[in-house]
Design a protein around this ligand. Structure first.
Ligand code: ATP
Ligand code: MG
Ligand code: MG
Length: 383
């Protein structure tokens, strides 16, 4: 057995909470750095938590003092603080990986060197209309204007349909470091969870993700109507992309499947990921279990990452009213095989991820039939 290692987690949101659930089952103490009573802290009663922010150097230092290994549930952390504490505590994945990945433009420049296919993109230096118009001529319309940093759930993206949208796009994203991407005409979005261990790069099966208003709505595991060859090809691409970074743990890789069945990377995350929540019910080891094991050098039998049963995950996203997530939950209680996860974030805000539900069944068709009434409820509740 191991010598009761302590894991420090930067961030105590839902991803941290589900990591704590996995750590708890192995008697591993997880010390969470975030505000008091954050979702991850609520399910973990001990005095090792740190009140503060993962963006503050002092707080990260304090967390490092009490842990054997530090990890993060979010990439928007102070990597200079991580660099500093890395001489005293293990940081997984590496601060270099997190620093490169947290800037989507730098991430892509790095991955380009490894031959990872991506949409053509251009950096903006001055964020002027003239500059963006020039980029528009190079990339064509529509194009996606993106913030390099602090992006999540599409907040940081603006679709520029034509030259006429340029002023509005720059107004929406002003004061942020920007780049633009050529439009990807995809037929489907795919994702793969990759687990990097001390000597292996493993992957979960390829899933299909469906975004609505740029927020992940549903995840289908395995991806529907996707051949085994494409499923394998997507996993290989995801593993190759993650291999370009140093450090251990879970990485979420988002991809586009194009009309000609070729694949393009959308982006990757240096952490456990929404597209991998289905693994809690769908596999013997969840992405959270695997992350904890990977950063502590504990064994991960590859078979434990195989799909046990077709699974569909539906996010419960804050709708028009503060209790919208509770109405969705109420409906989920009557859905067969539905496993409900609420994140205990208080009142719902429009667009905020409040929980998720995973339905498993013997066939994908059966799972689709069972979850459809809940999708109907969620659709009615949209903000
Ligand atoms: P996340 O919450 O996944 O971190 P994000 O804010 O970082 O999201 P992206 O993943 O870059 O944003 O984009 C969000 C969604 O916007 C994608 O899942 C895809 O549906 C769409 N999208 C992004 N880039 C492009 C593109 N180049 N062409 C077409 N659609 C795109
Ligand atoms: Mg992102
Ligand atoms: Mg994304």
């Amino acid at each position: 057995m191991w010598n009761a290692p302590k894991v420090g987690i930067l961030g105590g949101g839902q991803l941290g909470r589900m990591l704590v659930e996995s750590a708890n089952r192995l008697n591993i103490q997880a010390n969470v750095l975030d505000v008091e009573n954050s979702p991850a802290k609520q399910i973990s009663a001990h005095d090792g938590h740190v009140t503060g922010s993962f963006k503050e150097r002092e707080s990260v230092r304090k967390l490092a003092e009490s842990c054997d290994v530090i990890t993060a549930e979010i990439e928007h952390v102070d990597t200079y603080a991580l660099e500093e504490v890395a001489s005293n505590v293990r940081v997984e994945p590496s601060w270099q990986a997190i620093r490169t990945i947290q800037n989507k433009f730098n991430q892509k420049e790095h991955l380009r060197k490894f031959g990872i296919p991506m949409a053509d993109h251009r950096e903006l230096q001055n964020n002027t209309p003239e500059e963006l118009a020039q980029v528009g001529e190079q990339l064509g319309y529509p194009m996606m204007l993106k913030s390099k940093t602090m992006a999540y759930d599409g907040r940081g993206n603006f679709r520029v349909n034509s030259k006429a949208d340029i002023a509005e796009a720059l107004e929406a994203l002003k004061d942020r470091p920007l780049y633009a991407e050529k439009w990807a005409y995809f037929k489907m979005e795919l994702a793969v969870m990759v687990i990097k261990t001390k000597d292996d790069v493993l992957s979960y099966p390829t899933v299909e993700t469906v975004q609505e208003d740029s927020i992940c709505k549903t995840v289908y595991a395995p991806a529907r109507n996707v051949s085994d060859a494409i499923n394998q090809k997507a996993q290989a691409l995801a593993r190759k992309a993650v291999s370009a970074f140093e450090g251990k743990g879970a990485f979420g890789v988002e991809m586009f499947l194009l009309e000609d069945n070729s694949l393009m990377l959308c982006e990757l995350a240096s952490r456990i990921h929404n597209s991998g929540h289905w693994t809690i019910e769908g596999c013997a080891l969840s992405q959270f279990d695997s992350h904890i094991r990977a950063i502590l050098d504990l064994p991960i039998p590859p078979k434990s990452l195989e799909l046990l049963q077709p699974s569909i995950m539906l996010n419960i996203i804050g709708g028009a009213t503060p209790d919208s997530h509770l109405k969705a939950t109420e409906a989920a209680l009557s859905i067969p095989n539905a496993s409900i996860h609420l994140y205990s974030k208080g009142d719902a805000k429009p667009g905020r991820k409040m929980g998720h539900v995973t339905v498993t069944a013997a066939t994908m068709h059966e799972a689709e039939t069972m979850i459809q009434p809940l999708i109907d409820v969620v659709d009615e509740m949209r903000a």
